[in-house]
Design a protein around this ligand. Sequence first.
Ligand SMILES: Cc1cc2nc3c(=O)[nH]c(=O)nc-3n(C[C@H](O)[C@H](O)[C@H](O)COP(=O)(O)OP(=O)(O)OC[C@H]3O[C@@H](n4cnc5c(N)ncnc54)[C@H](O)[C@@H]3O)c2cc1C
Length: 246
Amino acid sequence: MQTIATPAAGGGVVLRGRKCFISNAGVADSYVVFAREEGDDAGGRPRFGAFWVPGDAPGLRVTPIKVIAPHPIGAVDLEGVEVPAEHRLGAPGEGLKIALGNLDVFRVSVGAAALGLADRALTTMIEHLNSRRQFGKPLAAQQGLQFALADVATDHVAAQLLVYRAAAARDQGRASVDQPAMAKLFATESAQRTIDRAVQSLGGLGVTVGQVPERLYREIRALRIYEGTSEIQKVIIARALLRPGK
Ligand SMILES: Cc1cc2nc3c(=O)[nH]c(=O)nc-3n(C[C@H](O)[C@H](O)[C@H](O)COP(=O)(O)OP(=O)(O)OC[C@H]3O[C@@H](n4cnc5c(N)ncnc54)[C@H](O)[C@@H]3O)c2cc1C
């Protein structure tokens, strides 16, 4: 993390740096900015703070970014943004804890979003297999397509169970780091497979601009990247399993 919070008069800080790929940049009325603070902690590790910054703060500038599916997103430049002491969130040095706590919640909600996209893909696929006739019978009568449908439908239910398990654990105050990671990893990866299968099942229609599977195909892609990529979820899961004393 390269954005720096420099102490200022009155207990506030001045923020300098650049944040890439910030969802809702340019649309949001306010931002939570994580920045490196002066000095290291007792263990010699860098300290980070969290700060609330209004969207119209002098020195805050947004450059929009276009991604493959509609998503308001941009880079945020912080050029000497003054933040008063009362806009600090948590205690000095607690920023990383706040950031990681948020990721645990949002990983589950990204998993839930993937469930919605997969659900729509499955419905569209079933409707098409039942209605499209090819070689004298509905596509739904082809065992190869039935097997493909069974595979993605089973994946979908497994993804639902992982997401609901992680959400319930969080609600009951017994959240762990690996449950949200497993939920996000499996739900987003399996949704991608389900949507790809839906595209394939629609044949040429599946890649036609404006068709539902084509839109889902673009929309699902970023979910495997934000709130931690699939690879990083695997790092988290493995680390939890290999923890000493586990
Ligand atoms: C649509 C969208 C919205 C976003 N919204 C936000 C937002 O609101 N706020 C915010 O802070 N960020 C946001 N991001 C940023 C997002 O969290 C990062 O893009 C993501 O964490 C990946 O980081 P990176 O792009 O720097 O890729 P890199 O870290 O450069 O990774 C590139 C590739 O290498 C792999 N890789 C990296 N390290 C390892 C490793 N140790 N082991 C194995 N593989 C590895 C990654 O998995 C990835 O596949 C958003 C991104 C997108 C696309």
